[in-house]
Design a protein around this ligand. Structure first.
Ligand code: ADP
Ligand code: MG
Length: 429
């Protein structure tokens, strides 16, 4: 996944039993350290036949031996503390690798404008869409482009959960002034999945002040979310109005042509050859989000590596239509299919699922149904609420969040979800 950055690395030598590899940028160092260390160590040991380690360094580590106060990066900017150390950016998420189509062109154009002219084009920029449609990709592309075009700019990309965690840790450690100092010093603050602020009163309050400080002093804020500002449940009105005061751009699912173009782009990035009839076949069958397309490419890549055969239509047909639960087309799944499956699986009556009844034996299956509808159909929160007995979108959003948080600790629920998705021939992520 780090191809582009592999080209920029330098081997400095061997020190203390480790191959020392030099990288120019903090983000590269961070990415390789977290995602590729194991592969580097294995390769180093394989090639040398010695039990070598690998350590990644940048100029900061080299300068660090002399000074612990200021670190220099090669682009000349001065970083005063460790604030960028936690930023995880993927080199593949660049504008070059982003395919533009009718569904995402506004968001894409706005992202480029913001990256090139921070705080002048749109502020804040708020991008929203369903899962797997390119929000994180665009946000990270803004980050990379802005970093390249302006070395001295202090840019920070973080997930909303990252922001939350840092906030809570600072509160606990009694270090709120450090936290404020950190977040209010950025020239560009990019927060992914801001809908996770939902229900977090205290963090919303803090973020409101962070936002105002940055905004009023002409710094750029970029946010992404799974819903437009006014549809994020339990979000303070004043935040809704702040989030809406710049540009709010939605991304719609890609049409057929865009899906084909994305398959070709991803295949080229991985240096694999996918013939036209195969990309058309995949694009026609997988139309929910782009992660599905990537899943299909990975599957074909795996199959062709297995026996050295070329990727062709027969292979694609076998891979995509196998019931093995690997890749299936949830194309025609309706909410009625989901309701029927839930009703049979949990042995609850359809009328009860749609009723106002709130005993646990019914609310839990109902919530699971909403979760499945959200993940495997293209219906909006409103529409799902409509199908599930005329509930409003906040109820649906709450149901989805509740299932998401419970399934991490509740094995039974997790297994139920896998079984239900298998029954419905869905891809389990
Ligand atoms: P989101 O954050 O909206 O859930 P991501 O940005 O994580 O979605 O995108 C999911 C995957 O799809 C990523 O691998 C991303 O590179 C890819 N992707 C999404 N949109 C595009 C696009 N327009 N062109 C190329 N790849 C895309
Ligand atoms: Mg994302």
């Amino acid at each position: 996944m780090c191809r582009k950055w592999f080209e920029d690395i330098d081997v400095l030598g061997i020190s203390d039993g480790s191959i020392v590899i030099y990288l120019q940028e903090d983000v590269q160092l961070n990415y390789l350290e977290k995602k590729c260390k194991k592969q580097f160590v294995e390769a180093a040991q394989l090639v040398t036949g010695h039990l070598l380690g690998v350590s990644f360094v940048n100029s900061r580590d080299i300068v660090c031996q002399n000074t612990s106060v200021q670190h220099f990066n090669p682009s000349g900017s001065v970083i005063t503390d460790d604030v960028f150390g936690d930023m995880l950016i993927s080199p593949d998420y660049s504008f070059d690798n982003f395919v533009v189509g009718p569904g995402n062109q506004l968001a894409h154009a706005a992202a480029i404008a913001v990256a090139k002219k921070p705080a002048q084009a749109y502020n804040p920029l708020f991008i929203h869409s369903g899962v797997g449609l390119g929000k994180t990709h665009l946000l990270q592309a803004i980050c990379q482009t802005a970093m390249q075009s302006n070395n001295s700019m202090k840019i920070y990309y973080v997930s909303c959960n990252g922001f939350l965690t840092q906030f809570l840790e600072s509160v606990q450690a009694g270090k709120m002034s450090d936290f404020r100092h950190k977040f209010r010093a950025f020239d560009m603050l990019i927060i992914d999945d801001i809908h996770d602020l939902s229900n977090r009163e205290q963090t919303q309050e803090e973020f409101f002040h962070t936002f105002n400080t940055l905004f009023q002093s002409g710094r750029q804020v970029v946010l992404s979310s799974d819903a437009p500002p006014s549809e994020i449940p339990q979000l303070e009105d004043r935040l809704i109005s702040r989030f809406s005061c710049g540009l709010v751009a939605g991304i719609d699912p890609p049409g057929f042509e865009t899906r084909v173009a994305i398959i070709k782009k991803k295949a080229a990035l991985r240096h694999i050859d996918i013939p036209d009839d195969v990309s058309n076949y995949i694009a026609a069958r997988l139309d929910q989000n782009i992660r599905q397309l990537e899943g299909a490419i990975t599957k074909l890549q795996g199959l062709s590596l297995l026996d050295g055969s070329h990727i062709d239509l027969a292979m694609a047909k076998a891979a995509i239509s196998t019931g093995g639960g690997l890749i299936n087309s949830p194309k025609h799944l309706s909410i009625q299919d989901i309701l029927d499956a839930i009703s049979a699986f949990y042995d609850v009556k359809l009328v009860d699922l749609l009723s106002k009844r709130r005993n646990k034996s019914i609310t839990m299956p109902r919530q699971v149904g909403m979760w499945l509808a959200r993940h495997h159909t293209r219906f909006s929160l409103e529409e799902i609420g409509g199908y599930f007995g005329g509930r409003d979108h906040t109820t649906v959003m709450h149901a989805i969040k509740s299932v998401d948080s419970k399934k991490t600790t509740n094995d039974q629920l997790d297994q139920d979800l896998v079984r239900l998705q298998n029954q419905l021939s869905l891809d389990t992520e």
